[in-house]
Design a protein around this ligand. Structure first.
Ligand SMILES: *Cc1c(COP(=O)(O)O)cnc(C)c1O
Length: 381
């Protein structure tokens, strides 16, 4: 069986260093808010090219706390609208609704699956909520949340230009795009703030749950840090009612090991992606658009086909595990039943056609060649 992602083998490569880091934490007697977290925050901020990184409990909390901080700071208020791609992972949407803000779901660019600046602009010019006959007051739109989906940078220049026109906060969901880079600038440094996840399967994966917020805004950084620590800037002094969402010393120490090797791991993903791109040749299958730069870190290698389910079964029969990111878009989830009548055909076709092939830093050329051979031999119905 070729697994979709073999996490044991990913971490095996760094086993000795991970054990040394874990041992250091165990022996330190200090497990929350210590030197490892501080060091990781500094190293991750430097990696992203920002002045602040704040460790939090997971990626969802990272996004939730950014919005919560803007609410505490008076930048956003309950009910305000946040523009977001309709085809994102549910966590992006949960971060918005958790804060009683209103997601405005816009169609993605079908070529990249990322937020389409034109869809956002069309909404902002008309006030018409995409796929509905409803409108939303434009002066209550306060933010835009591009998602670097599958590891590909969203078109940040165009998004930042829209944000400047309409005075929106730009919050990157960078959970899938650690290290994705355009003209030397990395994911997490394009917007006003960004949320990262270090869920084990992410490109920079902890050995448990973990996340971080990055920003160049010192006031926002201080508010996020306080909110994740019971709302306390100073021990036992609570200015806001916060939560407990902290990165712990153990995960920080392990993440420091993995961060030091992240660029190598990304190169291995890019090599695997290149092999897929050069090898797959099938009239019914569309490959991801090649940008020819470092803006894609291939968290996922996704292909599109009208015969997705048949192809998936064919690969399964050939002992190749694939996954679907994602089978059901947020507006068709039961959790958001109120949006079930939204008509978002581009989003819905992506969810019908997308398929993620095995991808990771330890996948072998032989495994990739087997996947390619099986795909090219697929007899579509
Ligand atoms: C993984 C992910 C999240 C959530 O991160 P967790 O650490 O699992 O909470 C948010 N957004 C996107 C796009 C993700 O892929």
């Amino acid at each position: 069986m070729i697994p979709f992602l073999d996490l044991a083998s990913v971490n095996q490569v760094y086993r000795d260093e991970l054990i040394a880091a874990a041992t250091r934490v165990i022996d330190s007697g200090w497990y929350i808010q210590g030197r490892e977290v501080q060091a990781f925050e500094n190293e991750f901020a430097a990696f992203c090219g920002v002045s602040h990184a704040i460790g939090v409990g997971n990626g969802l909390d990272a996004l939730t706390l950014i919005l919560r901080a803007y609410m505490e700071m008076g930048v956003m208020n309950e009910g305000d609208g946040i523009i977001v791609p309709a085809n994102t992972y549910i966590a992006t949407i949960l971060a918005i609704t958790e804060n009683r803000l209103t997601p405005i779901l816009v169609e993605p660019d079908p070529a990249t699956c990322n937020l389409d600046p034109q869809s956002a602009r069309n909404f902002l010019e008309s006030g018409c909520i995409p796929g509905t006959s409803e409108t939303f007051p434009i002066d209550r739109i306060k933010g835009i949340m591009p998602v670097h989906l599958y590891g590909r940078l969203a078109p940040m220049e165009a998004i930042n230009a829209i944000a400047a026109t309409y005075q929106l906060k730009v919050i990157e969901d960078a959970a899938q795009a650690h290290g994705a880079c355009r003209n030397g600038q990395r994911a997490g440094s394009f917007g006003d703030a960004a949320g990262f996840s270090f869920y084990p399967g992410k490109n920079l994966g902890a050995l448990g749950d973990a996340g971080a917020v990055t920003t160049n805004d010192p006031a926002l950084a201080a508010m996020v840090r306080a909110l994740g620590n019971y709302g306390s800037h100073k021990k036992y002094i609570n200015e806001v009612a916060g939560i407990n969402s902290r990165l712990d010393e153990m995960q920080a120490a392990l993440l420091r090991v993995k961060l030091a090797h992240l660029d190598e791991d990304t190169q291995k993903r890019r090599m695997a992606a290149r092999a897929y791109m050069q090898g797959i040749s099938h009239p019914g299958i569309n490959l991801p658009m090649d940008t020819g730069d470092d803006s894609h870190v291939f968290h996922l290698f996704t292909i599109r086909t009208k015969h997705r389910d048949a192809l998936r079964a064919h690969l399964e029969n050939n002992h190749i595990q694939t996954l679907i990111h994602y089978p059901i878009p947020p507006h068709l989830q039961k959790a958001y039943a109120a949006w079930s009548s939204h008509s978002l055909p581009i989003t819905e076709s992506i969810h019908r056609e997308i398929l993620s092939l095995p991808m990771g830093p330890t996948i072998t050329q032989k495994e990739i060649q087997h996947v390619i051979t099986c795909i090219n031999a697929f007899d579509q119905p």
